[in-house]
Design a protein around this ligand. Structure first.
Ligand code: MN
Length: 410
């Protein structure tokens, strides 16, 4: 099916993509939209036209909401029916006369945070990243901790500071380690990014009921590129023994677009390999990895190309692990992969690794001597994956600009 939307066929936002977001136009309330080509489809208004095949019309009130939350709550069966309906509406040209007036050019919309983030968990699933960080933070110890290949390590982050792409990020202040052993207080000198993939949870579960790896697609609606902004000096001082805290919680940026898992079927790949074999509850049968290519863009220049396919732990394993103790899922839960880093230097997903703890400044095409983020820097994460139509689909990008530290509290 080619689809009738001008410019969509063969683009990165063709019928095999169809990400969901929340948008508004001047003077209107935010509501759910679906991206096709360089347009956003007014999902509720199109559903309200009625008369089409499928269940789309029943979703008009759900998509009139200012968030995806109600839609996320409906679960896999409805998500799949909705996608079939979207493909019919945007693919079959009998619908063009009625639907085309309900497409808004992408440059006329303002995008909003796509859902209310319930709980936020961040993992640490890249062996290359964990190895690099281990070597940088603990040069005298083993790079990987003894537990690393037995479970996907994670921590609970701060849901309330997950912000949508385009939100400025103020440089955090806090306690910074000093050589004498007594910390100083002030703006972070080692502000960093982490290129990650976020997973958006829909169907909720009951307290006490673990989610097996096989139920991953029942509970995860889709993905969103995610930047886990990190203050390395604050983090290095505070993280032992309870893990990340203020070095992470000041801001986490997500794309305004949530790409359905159903758009990533052609991107599924085998994991790189797990040795030792994980415990029973962490075993996966089918290809559990995703072949998604990331780009880290600093002030308009690509500085790294992290490959998601290199990740050691799969998202189905992350989900099984975060619920194995009976912790329940809520609609809007967000869990992230951890920094994506590949084997090569130009595949590292953080500036900590690109500059090797600040000791090996790196160059961009037009600058040199870069280590950590400077005030005014803009970081954008882009990602693409193989699509079902043979081309590549784009995941919505996530961008943010660093503002100087606040003067308050100093
Ligand atoms: Mn992270």
């Amino acid at each position: 099916m080619r689809g009738w939307v001008t410019g969509a066929a063969g683009s990165a936002y063709d019928l095999d993509n169809l990400p969901y977001g929340v948008f508004s136009t001047p003077g209107t309330d935010p509501r759910v939209g679906v991206r096709i080509g360089d347009f956003v489809m007014e999902a509720s208004a199109v559903a309200a036209l009625g008369g089409d095949a499928g269940e789309g019309p029943h979703l008009a009130p759900v998509w009139a909401q200012a968030g995806l939350d109600e839609f996320l709550a409906m679960g896999r069966t409805v998500w799949d029916i909705a996608r079939e309906w979207l493909v019919e509406v945007l693919g079959n040209d009998v619908h063009q006369p009625r639907v085309e007036p309900l497409l808004v050019p992408i440059d006329e919309v303002t995008m909003h945070r796509p859902f209310e983030v319930a709980d936020y968990v961040d993992f640490y699933c890249s062996e290359q990243h964990a190895t690099n960080v281990g070597r940088i933070f603990r040069p005298d110890g083993e790079a990987l901790t003894p537990n690393w290949k037995h479970l996907p390590i994670g921590y609970h982050g701060r849901a309330g500071t997950v912000v949508v792409s385009g939100t400025d990020v103020r440089r955090p202040s806090g306690q910074r380690p000093e050589s004498g052993g007594v910390p100083s207080y002030g703006p972070s000198r080692r502000l960093d990014i982490e290129a990650e993939l976020g997973f958006v949870v829909g169907g909720a579960t009951q307290l006490g009921e673990p989610v097996p790896t096989s139920a991953f697609t029942d509970h995860v609606f889709g993905v969103t590129p995610l930047n886990d902004w990190s203050a390395r000096d604050i983090q290095a001082w505070e993280y032992v023994p309870l893990g990340p805290f203020l070095g992470k919680s000041f801001a986490t940026s997500i794309s305004p677009w949530v790409t359905p898992l159903a758009a990533l079927t052609a991107a599924r790949v085998e994991l790189p390999g797990q040795d030792p074999e994980p415990l029973e509850y962490l075993r996966v049968q089918e290809p559990a990895g995703y072949d998604i290519d990331f780009e880290v863009v600093l002030n308009g220049e690509v500085v790294s190309r992290p490959p998601y396919a290199a990740m050691y732990w799969s998202p189905a394993q992350m989900l099984a692990h975060m619920t194995v103790n009976g912790a329940s899922l809520r609609v809007g839960d967000l869990f992230a992969s951890g920094t994506i880093s590949g084997d090569e230097r130009d595949q590292r997903g953080s500036l900590l690794e690109l500059s090797w703890g600040g000791k090996e400044p790196f160059a961009t095409p037009t600058t040199s001597g870069r280590t950590f983020l400077e005030d005014g820097d803009t970081v954008t994460l882009r990602a693409t994956a193989p699509g079902a139509l043979g081309g590549r689909i784009a995941l919505g990008e996530v961008t943010g600009t660093v503002l100087p530290a606040s003067q308050a509290g100093r």
